[in-house]
Design a protein around this ligand. Structure first.
Ligand code: NAD
Length: 358
């Protein structure tokens, strides 16, 4: 059986986490888990998800999967950070949100800097401020003038946007002004992405359960509104998942009309075999954890004290990184996500070897 840390011969996604910390401070309604998947490259970094999970096992499963994804994302982005994730179950009934996130902050502090948290689905700047009252190992706080910080979503959107340009040129030999993009989900990232795409001249088809938000996108970006259930069939060149993970499964991929998948949602493939189905259907898949790294790069800049210009430069590296990956996938006649997984695995394994040798 593989030992924690021993990622040398294992795919990152299946490597055991280094440490799993149960969160339980029931006085404050805190119940969940922090997973430190890998600290080979640096402190395990990844946001805190606050979500309704029917049971504890489901929350743990999600945290394990998301933390492994962060190891791969941070490694490929060239960050001096490992991968981790916190998942907290939304308590049944009333609760004091500030007290709950303060209790979470104490748990983060207890890990002595081996885990760095930030926002994720269900958490925001105010929650991270409560965490900050207990620990300095947190980012995603209100930005101070001249420093990185604040909501990471615009940075994520920018990385996805630049990567999409590369994917469209590679697969369709066209500029963004000549394509239609179907955007699934108009939350923090999806809405920002629509703005960038609209400004670049792309046509938009969008879906979003909040009808007022969809209507705003229609008004601002001349976007066509599709039903959430039929966005896969939208007559688009690019499908940009910006809502939930696991949305590309054996059924939805057969409904896709787009020839490119490039979006922000984490863990878009419901299982690895779906990548092969996409390739067999000649759909170019831009691996999510490569293209959506803009937010974590901004978080890293905030935590590690970089200048905004350094954050910008690193987000600017996402598109050339995708280009290199696409070229390599073509040259090796391999799938994009297979190459990306291998690259991330190699980076983490080399760091683990260096650490063992030190
Ligand atoms: P968000 O919660 O702000 O937005 C998600 C949106 O999707 C919401 O508007 C929601 O109403 C909508 N939605 C929910 N179910 C839907 C459905 N079935 N069809 C269409 N829309 C649906 O989240 P976000 O911060 O914009 O992140 C979007 C995705 O990108 C998430 O998967 C997140 O994990 C990932 N991601 C976000 C960042 C970031 O910087 N925020 C970074 C990396 C990855």
């Amino acid at each position: 059986m593989a030992m924690p840390n021993d990622v040398t011969d294992l795919a990152l996604a299946t490597a055991l986490p280094e440490r799993v910390v149960k969160l339980e401070d029931l006085d404050f309604g805190l119940e969940g888990v922090i997973v430190l998947h890998s600290t080979a490259l640096g402190p395990a970094a990844g946001g805190c998800r606050f979500w309704h999970y029917p049971d504890r096992a489901g929350a743990h499963r999600d945290a394990l999967r998301l933390a492994a994804g962060m190891s791969a994302k941070n490694a490929l982005a060239g960050l001096p950070l490992g991968g981790g994730k916190a998942v907290i179950r939304v308590p049944e009934g009333g609760f004091d949100r500030k007290a709950l996130f303060s209790a979470f902050g104490r748990a983060v502090e207890h890990l002595g800097g081996n885990y760095v948290t930030a926002e994720d689905v269900g958490t925001g700047i105010a929650d991270m401020a409560a965490v900050r009252s207990q620990t300095r190992h947190v980012a995603g706080l209100a930005a101070q003038p001249g420093y990185p910080g604040g909501d990471p979503s615009p940075h994520t959107a920018r990385g996805v946007f630049e990567a999409m340009k590369v994917a469209v040129a590679h697969r369709l030999e066209r500029p963004l002004s000549d394509v239609t993009v179907a955007v699934q989900g108009l939350g923090n990232v999806g809405f920002n992405l629509c703005r960038l795409l609209h400004d670049a001249g792309a046509r938009l088809i969008v879906c979003e359960p909040r009808s007022d938000v969809a209507a705003r996108a229609a008004a601002l970006f001349s976007a066509e509104i599709a039903r959430c259930s039929s966005i896969y069939e939208a007559k688009a060149d690019v499908f940009a998942p910006c809502a939930l993970g696991g949305i590309l499964d054996h059924q939805t991929v057969t409904r896709l009309s787009a020839k490119i998948v490039c979006g922000a949602a984490n863990n878009q493939l419901a299982d690895p075999a779906v990548g092969k189905v996409l390739a067999d259907r000649d759909v170019l898949y831009a691996p999510d954890y490569l293209v959506n790294a803009g937010g974590i790069i901004n978080v890293a800049g905030e935590y590690l004290g970089w200048l905004p210009s350094e954050v910008d430069r690193r987000i600017g590296d996402i598109a050339p990184r995708l280009q290199a990956l696409l070229d390599r996938a073509r040259d090796e006649n391999s799938r994009t996500e297979v190459i990306a997984d291998r690259m991330a695995n190699d980076i983490v394994a080399a760091a683990a070897r260096r650490r063992r040798a030190a």
